[in-house]
Design a protein around this ligand. Structure first.
Ligand code: NAD
Ligand code: MG
Length: 383
């Protein structure tokens, strides 16, 4: 029986994780859940999985949740200290990090320091603090399993191989809803156009990131840290069908890939049960039905976010954290109708141009860089 904590249980990844847990009651027990809003869903999750501890963002939500619950009442915590306690102070052996954005960083670090293995969906954690987090993972002897489908594919394609034999990692990208959209009209797309992802159903922030391809940019940085791979050995190829989830090319010319119908339950389950595999309910892959798999080089004029991500790695140290925080602010501004779609990346670049990268020696320094970037980006927005 594996004892699990899920940070961000009401989100897209959190819900899919709980689906797997529900399908395998003999394998998993839920110890703690945390969520932002959506107290109604959290209440139903508490009733179904009886966690000992729950954490929500505000004191008000904690009080409300307490009133909503009648039967089993877990300990209800709130705020960042509550998230930290839920992530670290239980007897869970694994923590699923599925909060969105750099808000997930502090709880994930708390879990690592408490010796919990991590199933990592929250890529922003590695983007903002890759070096620090990987050092902590090593120091505390914990395992870090990727949930992101591309990184799970790479991880699966690396099984049984020595790192030294790898030539490069090839991350696949669907290209999102605007892969073939007229370039001159891109500045006028609506929020709902940008939220219509062709292949994956995900939270709002990552869906917009997929439309700008900043998501792939963040994933390049995530891969850099997870697999200790220099950026010049991480390539991106557009593959609109999202059947090949990523590949590893070896020095002998062999390329290993992982394929499947796009459904996050597969990579989530692999992270939860590695090295075992369990049933997930994912639709079987029928290649004859799909018929064609196609591949293209990404167009950097259409998707300048990719260039920014490589640049942030080249500038190094605090720059990826700054890029990540600027992206979070810009995506929120787009979602609330304050800026145009094409302004997202322009705004991030402006913030990056104002930043002098410096080494990040502690979690506090990461959080300061993140805050600096948010303030600068909001200033540029005229807020
Ligand atoms: P989501 O928006 O659906 O869910 C986010 C969860 O975090 C919710 O439970 C929300 O209540 C909680 N949350 C939000 N802000 C919070 C805060 N300030 N403090 C505490 N909790 C907070 O997001 P998602 O799509 O599930 O994505 C979660 C993470 O997984 C992201 O980092 C995303 O990049 C990554 N990821 C998601 C997918 C996917 O298919 N959804 C795939 C790969 C990676
Ligand atoms: Mg991904």
């Amino acid at each position: 029986m594996k004892k699990l904590t899920i940070l961000g249980s009401t989100g897209s990844i959190g819900v899919s994780t709980l689906d797997i847990v529900a399908a395998h009651p003999d394998k998993f027990e839920i110890v703690a859940l945390t969520a932002g809003n959506n107290l109604g869903l959290l209440k139903r999750q508490i009733e179904q999985f009886s966690p000992q501890v729950v954490a929500v963002v505000t004191e008000e939500s904690a009080k409300k949740l307490h009133e909503m619950l009648s039967g089993h009442k877990p300990e209800i915590l709130y705020g960042v200290p509550g998230m930290i306690t839920a992530a670290s102070a239980t007897d869970a052996s694994m923590v699923v990090a599925a909060i969105v954005g750099s808000a997930g960083l502090v709880p994930a670090v708390a879990a690592i320091k408490a010796g919990k293995d991590i199933a990592l969906a929250n890529k922003e954690t590695l983007v903002a603090a890759g070096r620090l987090v990987m050092d902590l993972v090593e120091q505390h002897g914990v395992k870090l399993y990727p949930v992101d489908s591309e990184h799970s594919a790479v991880f699966q394609s690396l099984q049984g191989h020595k790192g030294g034999n790898v030539k490069r990692i090839i991350l696949t990208a669907s290209g999102g809803p605007f892969l073939n959209y007229p370039l001159d009209k891109l500045s006028r797309v609506s929020v709902s156009d940008a939220l219509s992802h062709p292949n994956w159903s995900m939270g709002q922030k990552i869906t917009i990131d997929s439309a700008t391809m900043m998501n792939k940019g963040l994933e390049i940085i995530e891969a850099r840290w997870l697999f200790d791979m220099s950026p010049d050995r991480i390539d991106v190829v557009i593959h609109p069908q999202s059947i090949i989830h990523s590949m590893v090319e070896y020095v002998d010319g062999c390329v290993l890939a992982q394929l499947g119908v796009p459904d996050m339950k597969a990579p989530i389950a692999y992270a939860l049960t590695y090295p075992e595999r369990v049933s997930t309910g994912v639709k079987p892959l029928d290649l004859t039905e799909i018929n064609t798999l196609s591949f293209f080089k990404p167009d950097l004029i259409r998707f300048p976010a990719l260039k920014l991500a490589y640049r942030s790695l080249q500038d190094g140290e605090s720059m990826p954290a700054v890029m990540n925080a600027a992206n979070e602010v810009a995506v929120e501004a787009f979602l609330s109708g304050k800026i145009k779609f094409t302004d997202i990346v322009t705004l991030i670049e402006k913030t990056m141009n104002l930043h002098k990268p410096h080494r990040l020696n502690s979690l506090d320094e990461v959080l300061s860089a993140d805050l600096w970037s948010r303030e600068k980006t909001r200033e540029l927005l005229g807020e």
